[in-house]
Design a binder for this molecule. Sequence first.
Ligand code: SAM
Length: 282
Amino acid sequence: MELWYSENHSRDVKFSVRVDKQLFSAETEFQRIDVMTSEEFGTFLTLDGLMMVAEKDEFIYHEMIVHVPMAVNPGAKKVLVIGGGDGGTVNQLVRYKTIEQIDLVEIDSEVTRVCRKFFPKLTAGLDDSRVSLYFEDGLKFIRSKRNEYDLIIVDSTDPFGPGEGLFTREFYGNCLRALNPDGILVNQHESPYYDEYSKSLVRAHKRIKGVFKVHRLYQAHIPTYPSGHWLFGFASNKFDPVSDLNADKWNALGLETKYYNTELHKGCFALPNYVKELLNNV
Ligand code: SAM
């Protein structure tokens, strides 16, 4: 008997992965957590039935959410990650010896406990001495911060359930206050293809544009995410992510990557016309 994991990417489109084994399943006060193994994507984590991180393609998302802002401001020293309890974003950040402090704010400690158990490589960075873990709501955590961070990365679930508050204008305004004047905010910014995701994308763009002088979206191709066409947001009051790219400085760091490079960095901000139209109507 075959076991399949399926996720609706729209009302009429289903994404399915043949499962070798279910390793874990539990309901926490925030969400349902499942871990399964598969031939195609290795071990993968879902939250409330939605694909979050898969062993074989996680490098795409985590390299793009970290190296794009770090190649614009390689001098970033203090970083805040909101969400990201699977450890993948921190795993990329700790590769920068110049970073002095990484605060990770994850609402559900069970996500991190489970990921430590089933994704040991992905969570290895959480044990770095520069990392502090806060198991609380990022929306509340950010309210008390002023001029503290060089980079904030919002690696959250989608804008419903616990992640909903991380897509509000209040939250983005608090991120601006928590950043120093040269600060950069990067967030996972949903997807332009299916209606439900494109509506979230436009709403988030409108709210961030109302807070930051610069807000540009960039894209990556993530096989396990809806339509595979996934966007990230880059916001700042100082930097433009393409004209201020520090390619030589970043390349001199000699960081090995499987997806990100400084050529792709310039290209990933060139969006398809239908996406530009979606954003221009904001
Ligand atoms: N890469 C994934 C994606 O793009 O959907 C997200 C990875 S990570 C597993 C998302 C994390 O955000 C989850 O562990 C979830 O518990 C956390 N999260 C959701 N809402 C949160 C909030 N308000 N404060 C802090 N963490 C939150």
